[in-house]
Design a protein around this ligand. Structure first.
Ligand code: ACO
Length: 323
């Protein structure tokens, strides 16, 4: 069976920086609390006239350029998001149109909250490995600030906007070694946006379209679950913790990231950390982190990367990648 390699990465952040000091003016919080409990110092916020697809398009352009391919070379687009521009067409179709990716190539969104990119990567990898596609654009893009209740200090300090993308290509050399996806819908009330168009507009009030989270309970489930998926991923490949060069985690909270690094026995210098400047960008966070560590020269060709995410659903997943 064919292998799948990452041949290019790109990302995009909106210009507007929102600091913790600004949040101090909105809710009863402090820069010190946010930094200590989450590791976040600032996040980006989309402009009024920007949408999820705009961020995705910019990240995709950068990924295509770094891969040295053109939009006509792409035959599959898979985009993870929980903040799509429209009910339909999918955000992936909007990206396809804007970039001029050829008509007929499948393009669709994947909804798995903060695990959206890992889910999208898994799907695209399966397409390529089974011959359904040759070169795929995989994107995570989010305008999470549009889902925030700016009076809820338990959530509004955590999230930010951005997008990241990778180009995958069929190869005879191993790249994505394995992917592992999971979901458990039984604890929805711990983390959700309890409204969607399917519920009807009568069910919509001021905050029903906003993120609601029992953060402390989510925190404990996330740490436990990510610890398990590290073992699952390494065991599936007959590898040990010592083989991993870089952890590229979902950037929700520095303390969750530290717990996973401890589980792997990895020093924090081997963990890609962007949460301080991006906050939690949901499905954009892993491709944003990956792109930044590749561009600054930290991650090099041949390195073994462990990508992992946990989010609403609950959903969680990982990918082991020989870059
Ligand atoms: N500023 C100041 N105090 C605050 C703030 C704030 N922004 N938010 C909460 N507090 C207070 C609480 O009210 C509480 O006060 P009390 O003791 O008087 O009741 C105290 O701080 C401690 O609250 P906890 O919720 O126990 O704080 P915790 O250390 O758990 O940190 C946090 C909260 C940052 C939300 C953390 O629990 C977390 O990161 N959870 C996981 C988030 C996550 O991973 N989500 C999954 C991905 S998101 C997605 O899929 C869309």
């Amino acid at each position: 069976m064919t292998h799948t390699r990452i041949i290019g990465t790109g990302s995009y952040l909106p210009e507007r920086v929102m600091t913790n000091a600004e949040l101090e003016k909105l809710v009863d919080t402090s820069d010190a609390w946010i930094r200590e409990r989450t590791g976040i110092a600032e996040r980006r916020v989309v402009a009024d006239d920007q949408s999820c697809s705009d961020l995705a398009i910019e990240a995709s352009r950068a990924a295509l350029e770094s891969a040295g391919v053109t939009p006509e070379d792409i035959d599959l687009v898979v985009l993870g998001t929980c903040t799509p521009d429209r009910i339909f067409p999918s955000t992936a179709c909007l990206v396809q149109r804007a970039l001029g990716i050829r008509s007929g190539a499948p393009a669709f969104d994947v909804s798995a909250a903060c695990s959206g990119f890992v889910f999208a990567l898994d799907v695209a990898n399966r397409f390529i490995r089974t011959g359904g596609a040759h070169r795929a654009l995989v994107i995570g893009s989010e305008t999470m600030t549009r889902l925030l209740d700016w009076t809820d200090r338990g959530t509004c300090v955590l999230f930010g906007d951005g997008a990241g993308a990778v180009v995958l290509e069929a190869s005879d050399q191993p790249g994505i070694l394995s992917t592992h996806l999971h979901a458990d819908g039984s604890q929805e009330e711990l983390l959700h946006v309890p409204w969607g168009v399917g519920r009807g507009y009568k069910a919509l009030d001021d905050t029903s379209g906003k993120i609601k989270m029992r953060g402390n309970e989510v925190f404990k489930v996330a740490v436990r679950t990510l610890g398990r998926i590290v073992d699952e991923t390494l065991e599936a490949n007959g590898l040990t913790k010592a083989d991993v060069d870089w952890l590229v985690p979902h950037q929700a909270n520095i303390r969750i990231i530290q717990a996973t690094a401890r589980k792997l026995g990895l020093p924090m210098e081997r963990v890609v950390q962007t949460v301080k400047y991006h906050g939690n960008t949901s499905s954009a966070s892993i491709p944003l982190a990956l792109d930044s560590a590749i561009r600054d020269g930290s991650i090099k060709r041949g390195d073994l990367l462990l990508l992992e995410a946990f989010g609403g659903g609950f959903t969680w997943g990982s990918a082991l990648v020989r870059y």
